[in-house]
Design a protein around this ligand. Structure first.
Ligand code: LRH
Length: 488
């Protein structure tokens, strides 16, 4: 049988791409056919996504792809568009880094205490969770007029097919899903006055999501209607599905890009007081798995510095960072003060000064500070995940854009004291096409497609080097500052 030709539209916080893959029992390759920037827009009322630009990017990508058997869509989590009764979009989707949720969690906790919220949702506290965004939007004309709420990938899917649904892995990031039943938390929504009728019916990775409208066919030159397949539409869910673990391997994963998501794949959520205090989340994954992980600010810290410095090319910065002495300055790379955009070099310097450390002065030094800090945060998250879930880990898989960053991978191996296997960088797109392939008849389960990745994709292994106690000493310098993404 010929391999299936599958397209993945993967929308990240800084760029979107459409990739085309060929998948068969012994075949797996992936080519980027279109990449476009994702540049949020600052308006007087706040930070908004350019959702029409993103949709155009997906359409252009589908044209560049040539004929495909199926398409899957994933994006960053938590954000949404609101639709009027006639299906039209009510305003520009709000960016999760917008400041509208400041002070909102405290208001929500007056009705539902944070311990209860965690117990019934298993979701980390982050100010941008959809639940808090909806509380912040309570008195807005858009929410008053809304008949439907679609998460970002479901919105694009609706524009392509005319059909509405709510994909489960991404729905789990709303903080309205019960991770044990994998269904809406009706009691919680009721207590908070959130109308679950806004959400379209749940659908799971592998479910059919309709096929493209005649308009889309015309705009993309596809020879016929293209089936759209539900994938792990939360990019991190798709990326974790594409961790190239070998059968039986005891692994932790790091999905690196704008964020670093560090954790374990589990069969059941861990919602103990200790995991709440450590701000670990239990998001849902492909095939009924649980993604037990922590959010770390990730390469966002460097992206924002590069924007401030007016630097576009990362390679010279990494070369300078590699020549800079190790662990001279570290910051807490999971700290909430790094969430919003703007003056990142200044905020990093402030954090170093506040913890009595020397201040990085050049872009090379600041880059070194960021990479050391990320590796330290990776170490802490993986150690804590093991302890909280009572699981052994023999290897750390780094997937996503950071897998290309050799210095970050080596530092992470050194900090964790574990071998790191890096790749694939385009994990979310691989996860998308592999779920589509299975939905369309490729035999096997998640372990089988992971083996296929491990067999076919170039991976780089980094062995741990250096003295692990140096990382403990660095961690102690910021101990007081070590706070997860939580205000509680
Ligand atoms: C990464 C990501 C992450 C979420 C954040 C909002 O792109 O989806 O998993 O926490 O964006």
């Amino acid at each position: 049988a010929r391999p299936q030709i599958l397209a993945a539209a993967d929308l990240g916080a800084s760029s979107g791409r459409v990739m085309v893959g060929r998948v068969g029992p012994d075949t797996l390759d992936l080519t980027e056919v279109h990449r476009f920037p994702n540049r949020p827009v600052h308006l007087p009322e706040g930070l908004r996504w350019d959702i029409l630009g993103l949709h155009r990017g997906v359409l252009d990508g589908l044209r560049a792809a040539g004929p495909v058997d199926s398409l899957g869509i994933d994006s960053w989590a938590v954000d949404y568009g609101l639709l009027a009764a006639d299906g039209s979009l009510l305003g520009n989707p709000v960016h999760y880094r917008d400041r509208r949720t400041e002070g909102i969690p405290e208001q929500v906790w007056a009705t539902v205490p944070p311990e209860d919220l965690y117990r019934v949702t298993g979701v980390q506290h982050a100010p941008f969770n959809t639940l808090y965004q909806l509380a912040a939007a309570r008195d807005t004309p858009q929410l008053a007029a809304a008949e439907r709420l679609l998460l970002i990938p479901d919105l694009i899917s609706y524009w392509l097919t005319g059909e509405q649904g709510t994909e489960l892995t991404n729905a789990s990031t709303t903080q309205l899903i019960d991770p044990r039943t994998c269904d809406w938390n009706r009691d919680l929504a009721g207590r908070l006055g959130i109308d679950l009728g806004l959400f379209a019916p749940l659908r799971r990775p592998g479910d059919a999501a309709g096929s493209t409208l005649p308009l889309v066919q015309e705009l993309t030159g596809q020879p016929g209607p293209v089936p759209v397949t539900t994938v792990g539409s939360h990019d991190t869910a798709s990326a974790v599905a594409a961790v190239p673990a070998r059968q039986g391997e005891r692994f932790a994963y790091l999905c690196t890009g704008t964020w670093s998501l560090a954790g374990l794949e589990l069969d059941a959520p861990v919602t103990t007081g200790a995991s709440r205090a450590a701000n670990f989340t239990n998001e849902l994954g492909v095939d009924g798995t649980v993604r037990f992980l922590r959010n770390i600010m990730g390469l966002w810290l460097l992206q924002e510095c590069m924007r401030a410095w007016g630097r576009k090319d990362i390679d010279p910065l990494l070369a300078e960072a590699a020549r800079t002495p190790a662990l001279r300055y570290v910051v807490d790379a999971a700290a909430p003060e790094f969430l919003a955009p703007g003056d990142m070099p200044g905020r990093i310097t402030d954090a170093c000064r506040a913890t009595g450390q020397p201040e990085p002065r050049t872009p090379g030094e600041t880059t070194r500070c960021i990479l050391d800090s990320l590796a330290l945060a990776h170490r802490r998250a993986i150690h804590e995940a093991r302890r909280l879930a009572d699981r052994a880990v023999d290897v750390v898989h780094i997937v996503g854009g950071g897998a290309r960053n050799a210095l970050l991978c080596q530092l992470t191996a050194d900090a964790c004291g574990l071998p790191v296997v890096a790749g694939p960088a385009e994990a979310a797109a691989f996860g998308s096409i592999l779920v589509q392939a299975r939905a369309r008849g490729l035999p096997g389960d998640l372990a089988t497609t992971r083996e296929l990745l491990a067999r076919t994709q170039p991976l780089t292994r980094y062995e741990p080097t250096g003295d692990p106690s140096a990382w403990d000493a660095a961690a102690r310098r910021i101990e007081g500052a070590n706070r997860p993404l939580t205000a509680s």
